[in-house]
Design a protein around this ligand. Structure first.
Ligand code: FES
Length: 114
């Protein structure tokens, strides 16, 4: 049975995932972190990631969580995707917002002069 290396670019975390496991299950099984974990069943949408490189097979995803346009652009739910090659991915929404929000709760301008 094949397994592939999954790289989470946000944290630099890497783990091996079998073709029969979805990306979230592979991460959890090895005690890794980086992709937010929620329902594990495609309902909550917190595990949304963007596949930057690699092949995968996905099972049906709720259109409330991933639009058809997003899916075509490589945005998927990690609990609905099975690797078919090594994969590089980026977490979208949830975690990314947490990282970019400043201490005062406001988004910091990108090129702020001091
Ligand atoms: S963990 Fe809830 S949709 Fe993936």
């Amino acid at each position: 049975m094949s397994s592939h290396t999954i790289t989470i670019t946000d944290s630099g975390e890497e783990y091996r995932c079998k073709e029969t496991q979805h990306l979230l299950a592979g991460m959890i099984q090895l005690g890794k972190k980086g992709i937010p974990v929620g329902c594990r069943g495609g309902d909550c949408g917190v595990c949304k990631v963007r596949i930057l490189r690699g092949l995968y097979q996905s099972s049906k995803m709720s259109r409330d969580r991933v639009t058809e346009q997003e899916e075509k652009a490589g945005t998927v739910l990690a609990c609905r995707v099975f690797p078919r090659s090594d994969i590089r991915l980026q977490v979208v929404d949830h975690l990314h917002k947490a990282i970019t929000v400043a201490d005062d709760g406001f988004l910091a301008p990108v090129n702020q002069e001091k």
